[in-house]
Design a protein around this ligand. Sequence first.
Ligand SMILES: Nc1ncnc2c1ncn2[C@@H]1O[C@H](COP(=O)(O)OP(=O)(O)OP(=O)(O)O)[C@@H](O)[C@H]1O
Ligand SMILES: [Mg+2]
Length: 336
Amino acid sequence: MKVLGIETSCDDTSVALYDGDGGVVENLVSSQADLHGVFGGVVPELASRAHLVNLLPLVDLLLRRRELRLRDLDGIAVTAGPGLLGALLVGLSTAKALARAAELPLVGIHHIEGHILANALTAELVLPAVVLVVSGGHSELVYMPEIGRYERLGGTVDDAAGEAFDKSAKLLGLPYPGGPHIDRLAAGGDPTRFELPRPLIHDERLIFSFSGLKTAVRLTVEQLPRPLSDRDVADVCRGVQDAIVDVLARRLAQAARRHHVRAVYLAGGVAANGGLRERVAADAAARGWHFVPPARVYCTDNAAMIAYAGHCHLAAGRRDGLDLDSFARAPLASWR
Ligand SMILES: Nc1ncnc2c1ncn2[C@@H]1O[C@H](COP(=O)(O)OP(=O)(O)OP(=O)(O)O)[C@@H](O)[C@H]1O
Ligand SMILES: [Mg+2]
């Protein structure tokens, strides 16, 4: 079964083709990072307009590269939410029009289910599992007994982990999005120089809080001489990364112990973080949990994960009508 995936929930326009026989055969991503970079964050209206310009040419390119016509496909999967409504609407209306024109089944996908199932594109899933979903807009722990069943165990009470990375990076004068820059620079930083706070670390609940970290980073940076030296920036990056990774990994381990799972997984953009992958691998090895980090290309937004999720749902007989609507927010567990 060949499924076309479409993802436009934020600032990446992406289309992909998942083939039940061959796995992901195309995954095209047109990033808008340069467009939004000058503003230090995503500008929703600019994102929608860029999706409008880029989406159909990307679909066209994908079909040409594979020498396929729309009618050769078996279905279309599209991110219905959560995300920026205007951006989502571009993907959704395009998917509906293509499905209608070629008489193909259409299925809407919850973006976070896409991030979670991206793990299945790297290695066969071992279940039941606890997944730490850490991205630009989410930081949650999800219990997954089987594909399609998700229970939210807890999450952030304020900022998402990706936001904590990006806001800290901004305070250090690093480009947007800052997460990958902190990851790269932290590798050369001194882990003992800046001990940043680990909020709620002794709390029994499965919750995170990152807003205090941002203030601590600001106060730390304000005390350093200007202009910031490369050494100071690298050392602060190391402090930030170690603090975020420590709280995320501890909660993931806490959730995995409570739920007696066989495996732990990472999902979302922050799952690309080198420090987090290493720490979770070490914790999993010590506890006997199965863990394979998701391939980095499938961590940040991409349509391959949406095409794969669509393949699972279409194979299970699920279809959406042309009345499928986009949504800015809705919990994964209760959506539908
Ligand atoms: N190597 C890395 N280390 C830390 N953070 C990273 C890394 N790579 C990407 N990120 C962060 O991941 C986030 C983007 O992830 P993603 O594309 O999944 O988010 P989003 O789609 O904007 O949010 P959501 O999925 O919640 O709607 C950004 O905050 C970015 O800084
Ligand atoms: Mg995302």
